[in-house]
Write a protein that binds this ligand. Structure first.
Ligand SMILES: C[S@@+](CC[C@H](N)C(=O)[O-])C[C@H]1O[C@@H](n2cnc3c(N)ncnc32)[C@H](O)[C@@H]1O
Length: 283
């Protein structure tokens, strides 16, 4: 959050109140999403106006009205100020994404992880992105590695339609293949044995989808990026103990090697989102 805004909010909020707003501020394109604690509900409008006045790139302010929830991982938003629209354009790693902040999952906070996974992809890989959303991982990968192909599954038709549009905008529609379906069904019916790499960015439920993820890998095996939420006392323990332990349990039925574990972010008090890169060898 820009420094200037801190000063502006300091004029309308106490320092303690202001710090609650700073810690939960997302900007996606020209849309700002803030979390307003109940105690500050009466000051919602004045906070939003201060943001619009001071963040030059912001045109719209929404307040988050529920946690991220449901299969589609979306949150209820309450319009507060500016232009009343939920669609915007977001730029990341040289790609442009059309985003609907209300109807399909999107988080600007995963940008480093998207870049990290893209940097691991080799020439001519086939990738299955089981929970592709609006196509962020898939498109960043396809743009970075011109010879790869990415099957991009999502069960939310709004996310699927945006993925189609985003693949076209970024000129990778010939290699990003959006599929609107349940990931497990899509793999069983059309993607068994096709993948060098499988991405599973649904940390709340990835565990339930390990079997289809392994099924999607080629006959000799490949790499699975397994996302999970783990409890730990600090980031280091999340990486070295909790993350590796979780992945070991989940992949125990297979011949596997954990290539590495990354902590993506803290998602709650002592709860971390991790990604384990797991190499599976099929007999
Ligand atoms: C946490 S989001 C990640 C989206 C995207 N990878 C990103 O990082 O922006 C998880 C996505 O999985 C989708 N999803 C949930 N259950 C699914 C299922 N059974 N099959 C396919 N997609 C599913 C949701 O609609 C949502 O878009």
């Amino acid at each position: 959050m820009p420094h200037m805004l801190k000063n502006v909010l300091a004029g309308v909020l106490t320092a303690e109140e202001a710090s609650q707003v700073y810690s939960a501020f997302d900007q996606v394109g020209d849309i700002v999403i803030i979390k307003i604690p109940d105690s500050l509900a009466a000051k919602k409008q004045v906070i939003a106006e201060a943001i619009l006045a001071n963040v030059k790139t912001a045109k719209t302010v929404f307040a988050q009205a529920s946690a991220v929830k449901g299969d589609y991982r979306i949150r209820e938003l309450e319009f507060v100020a500016g232009e009343n629209r939920t669609i915007t354009e977001y730029r990341e790693h040289g790609c442009r994404f059309r985003v609907d902040v209300a109807r399909a999952y999107f988080s600007p906070r995963l940008s480093t992880e998207r870049q990290r996974i893209a940097s691991l992809v080799q020439d001519r890989e086939t990738i299955v992105n089981m929970f592709a959303g609006i196509g962020t991982y898939s498109i960043i990968i396809a743009k970075a590695v011109k010879t790869c192909r990415v099957y991009s599954i999502d069960s939310n038709s709004v996310a699927h339609d945006l993925c189609i549009e985003n693949a076209k905008i970024n000129k990778v529609a010939d290699r990003v293949v959006p599929i609107c379906a349940d990931a497990s069904e899509a793999i069983k019916s059309q993607l068994a044995g096709v993948a060098d790499r499988v991405i599973m960015p649904l940390p709340e439920r990835a565990k339930e989808f390990v079997e289809p993820a392994v099924l999607a890998l080629k006959k000799h095996g490949g790499v699975v990026h397994y996302f999970a939420h783990v409890k730990a006392d600090g980031k280091q323990k999340a990486k070295e103990e909790a993350g590796a332990k979780d992945a070991k349990e989940v992949f125990a039925p297979y011949s596997y090697e954990i290539l590495g574990t990354t902590v993506v972010r803290e998602v709650g008090p002592r709860i971390y989102q991790i990604v384990a890169d797991v190499k599976i060898t099929k007999k």
